[in-house]
Design a protein around this ligand. Sequence first.
Ligand code: GDP
Ligand code: GDP
Length: 439
Amino acid sequence: MAKPIVAIVGRPNVGKSTLFNIFANSRISIVEDTPGVTRDRLYATAEWLDHEFMMVDTGGIEIMNADAIAVSIRQQAQIAIKEADVILFVCDARAGITTEDADVARLLRQSKKPIVLAVNKADSPKQEMNTFEFYNLGIGDPIAVSASNHLGLGDLLDAVVAKFPSDKMAGDLEEEDEIKVALIGRPNVGKSSIFNALVGEERSIVSDIAGTTRDAIDTPVVRNGQKYLFIDTAGMRRKAKVDEPIEKYSVMRSLRAVDRSDVVLMVFDAVEGVTEQDKRIVGYAHEAGKAVILVVNKWDLYEKDNSSTLRYTETLRKELVFLQYAPVVFVSAVTKQRIHRLPEVISYVAEQNAMRIATSILNQVIEDAVAINPPPTEKGKRLKILYVTQVKIKPPTFVIFVNEPEIMHFSYQRYLENKLREAFGFEGTPIQMIIRGKN
Ligand code: GDP
Ligand code: GDP
C-alpha cells in the first residue's frame, strides 16, 4: 500500500527541518542505529491518528543549477506540486509575509493541490495574533504553530491528515503472485535502457499509449511463468524525457515507487559510483523492508582486469554498509551482458523477503548460536534468550523474548542476525528484530 506523501515547502529558516524532525521522531526507524545510513534525512515516515504518511523536506532536495535562493524555493515548490499528495507550506510569524512567501503562495494557489498553511514561531499569544495577516496569501486558514514550544502541532497534523486522498488509504489492488519491481537511480545511469532491455522496446511504447493514470503505466511482464510488474519511475519512458527533471534525483517519485514495490533495483553507473542521494533513497528501501539488488550498469565502459568485480563489490560494501545482504549484479544495457539474469535474481530475493521459518527450527538455530557465543552480562546480570518467533514476512521480522531487554547489546543482536543469515540465507532482504521482555 502506498503512503501519501506530504511535502514541506517554505523559505530557509522558517522552521521546516525543526517541524520535520518533530514529526519524524514519532516513529523510531530501524535505520537510525545502522552505521552508514545518513542522519541528514530528507524524508521520513510519520504517523498520526492511524495514518501513515511520508514526509519530505523540500529544503533538502538538490536542484539542478539553482543559484538564487528565490529560484530554488520556487523550484522546490514546483516539485512538490508535481509529486506530493499534500503540501505543507510553512511561513514565519515573526517575519510576516515576505515577497518570496507571496510568490510561492501564488504557485500553490494555481496548482489546486491540497495545501495546509502553517505559520511557525508563534511562540506566544501575541505572536499568534500575527498569523491572521497570512489569510492574505489566499490559500486558506493559517494554522499557528510553535515548533520550539510544541504548540499547535496536533491541529496541524489533523489538517494534513484530513486532506489525504481517499484512494491512497484504500490501498492498491494487488495481484498476489506478482512481483513488483522499482528501478531507482539518478538520471542517465541507464534505468530506462535496462527496463527496455528487459521488457523489449515495443512493450514500453504500448504501455505509453495505454497510460492515463500513474498506475496504468506500470508495465506487466511475464518471464518463465513468473509475473513481474515494473513500476513506472521518473524518466523511465521516453515520453517523460521531454519533461526534463529540474531535480537531480526525483526523490518523491522514487520514494513512492519504493513504497509500492517488493524488490528495488538500485542502479548505478559503473564509472560514477554511489552518490549521497543514492544512499538516502536506498536507505529508505532498507528501512521499508524491501528486497534490494545493487545493479552496476555500463559495465562495458568500465576498465576491467580479472579482479574488478571483486574490488568493485568491496567498495560498494564499504559505501553501503547497511546493505551487506544485497546481491551485486554487473550489467550492460547496451551489450545486454547479464541483463537476462535479472529476472531470476529478482524472483530469488523476493522469495527471501517473503520467507517464513518454522518456530522450532528458528529456536534451534538461536540456541546453537547462544551456545557458541553466550550473551553479554551487565551489572551482574546475564542476558537470557527465552524464545524466538517470526511474526511477519516482507521483511522477515522476529520477536526475541529475553529476560532483560535493556542488556541486549546492538553487537549481540548483530551476531544473532548473522547467525540467522548463515542458517537461512535471507539474501537480498533486510530482517528486523524486536526485543521483548518476558511480560
Ligand atoms: P528551515 O531552514 O526552514 O529548515 O528552518 P530550521 O528548522 O532550520 O529553523 C531555523 C531556525 O528557527 C532555527 O534556529 C530554529 O531553532 C528556529 N525555530 C524553529 N521553529 C521555531 C519556533 O517555533 N519558534 C522559534 N522562536 N524559533 C524556531
Ligand atoms: P536513465 O535516465 O537512468 O533512464 O538512463 P538511460 O537509460 O536514458 O541511459 C542514459 C544514457 O546512457 C543513454 O545514452 C544510454 O544509451 C546510455 N547507457 C545506458 N546503459 C548503458 C550501458 O550499459 N552501457 C553504455 N555504454 N551506455 C549505456
